[in-house]
Design a protein around this ligand. Structure first.
Ligand code: FAD
Length: 430
């Protein structure tokens, strides 16, 4: 499927083979098993979830965004893309879990004080999944609000955050509740948490901190029982006057908080987009294999013109998405991970995420149609891929709300052709 496969370096080609093997032999079977398990069973230490996470840590895929000199892997944006597409091919739910695992620790390394370095090292060197991250953004009353609050003109009206933070001496206190959909909350040991400062005007006056989930006052709610992405568990987090030391606050309440959040969304948007391309490719491959062997009207399905055209349309969508996502990722990784200027264009990464999510759903839908009634039965994985692709239209921001945010960025700064930081910092009112 890669027309430029022969242009990849030997290292990148080997990497692709290695990650694909991991996705096919470890992730995919575990994801099918997890999908059929009860929510509470999925999160036990002996469940297939932890088998995948331990294997992933042993292969060091949690270090893909970290440079070699910091103890990570020396990867190019293209190599990171290759890994993420393959992980998404294996399972969207488990790929998401591998993605959010990095949020507290990679940000602690990039933006946190030196006192957090020991904790980051423990996570980096962990092979048993003793350190496992999640990302606490959305709240019962603020789902989409969190994605819009830095550019939307009306953001001041969004209301107070459900998790608030205030400083007492050299500690911060956290109180409130995150939404029921925090990926890996039930399995994580640490959360990269967004909280509004108590005296702030709205959720954009916030901090980003790392919270050990065994701290006094933290409580995990029940594991969500969702239609899709059942293999990566989601759940609630409650904070009842939880105290963390000052140096656990990675991004303090300053004007940088909005830029940090916006740029972090650029990074995660590209990751989700690569997972989406992987999921679309998985659905396409299932449909192609099925259409080759299933006979109707005296011939294999692939000989019927409508099926041929469907398969071509799916191929076209996946290929166009892949190259757009790759380019967006190259831009974002250069600005954030290499040059560290934190001025990646949000419009491109949001568009990559929106486009890849949309085509993943369309491709999964067409793939299921090619299977006919078999597509609806749990006998074939296509039914799971379709459910996952549906969840993708909501996970990490609905495509509608992401489009609003991208539109605001396009309108405010398209002609200027630079990152419109002014549209972010005027939100900061604390
Ligand atoms: C599988 C999965 C995993 C997730 N993992 C995480 C995670 O790891 N961490 C985390 O913090 N969150 C996570 N989420 C939450 C996710 O980010 C939110 O579900 C998403 O942002 C949408 O928020 P909401 O569900 O509250 O919907 P709402 O914000 O209530 O939106 C409901 C509907 O209204 C529309 N809408 C909302 N606001 C506006 C507006 N201003 N203008 C016009 N239309 C609007 C939306 O498009 C949507 O159709 C996850 C969700 C899922 C499904």
């Amino acid at each position: 499927m890669y027309p430029d496969l022969d242009e990849l370096s030997d290292d990148a080609r080997l990497l692709k083979e290695e990650v694909h093997r991991f996705a096919a032999e470890v992730i995919r079977p575990a994801s099918i098993e997890l999908d059929r398990m009860k929510p509470e069973e999925r999160i036990k230490r002996n469940s297939p979830y932890f088998k995948v996470m331990k294997a992933m840590k042993r292969l060091s895929y949690h270090k893909i965004h970290i440079p070699a000199e910091e103890g990570g892997l020396d990867l190019s944006p293209l190599e990171r893309y290759i890994i993420m597409e393959e992980l998404g091919w294996g399972s969207l739910g488990l790929a998401t879990a591998i993605g959010v695992d990095q949020i507290p620790f990679v940000n602690a390394l990039l933006f946190g004080p030196p006192e957090l370095r020991d904790l980051v090292n423990q996570w980096l060197n962990d092979k048993e999944c003793k350190y496992h991250g999640c990302w606490g953004v959305t709240e019962p009353e603020h789902g989409s609000d969190y994605l819009l609050c830095f550019r939307d003109e009306e953001a001041g009206k969004f209301g107070k955050g459900n998790v608030v933070a205030w400083k007492e001496g050299d500690e911060w206190v956290l109180k409130g509740q995150k939404a029921a959909w925090i990926s890996s909350a039930p399995t994580a040991t640490h959360c990269g948490l967004h909280a509004q400062v108590r005296e702030g005007k709205a959720i954009y006056d916030g901090i980003f901190c790392i919270v050990p989930l065994d701290a006094d006052g933290v409580r995990k709610g029940k594991v969500a029982d969702m239609m899709g992405m059942r293999d990566g568990p989601q759940g609630e987090l409650f904070f009842d006057n939880v105290r963390i030391p000052d140096h656990y606050v990675i991004v303090a309440p300053t004007q940088f908080y909005g830029i940090f959040f916006d740029q972090l969304l650029c990074l995660t948007s590209c990751g989700i987009a690569a997972f989406a391309v992987g999921l679309a490719r998985a659905a396409f491959e299932e449909a192609l294999a099925y259409a080759r062997q299933r006979e109707q009207g005296g011939m294999p399905l692939v000989k019927h013109k409508n099926i041929k055209l469907k398969l071509y349309g799916m191929f076209e969508k996946i290929e166009t998405a892949r190259y757009f996502v790759r380019k967006a990722m190259e831009h974002v990784h250069r600005k954030i991970l290499e040059e560290k200027t934190f001025d990646a264009f949000p419009r491109h990464s949001r568009a990559a995420q929106i486009y890849a999510k949309r085509i993943a759903f369309e491709v999964a839908n067409d793939a299921l149609q090619i299977f006919g009634a078999y597509g609806l039965s749990s006998e074939f994985i296509i039914e799971k891929l379709f459910r996952d692709a549906r969840a993708l239209l909501i996970e990490d921001g609905t495509i509608e709300v992401l489009s609003f945010d991208a539109a605001d960025d396009v309108i405010s700064s398209y002609e200027k052709d630079y990152y419109d930081v002014e549209s972010i910092i005027r939100r900061y009112e604390y």
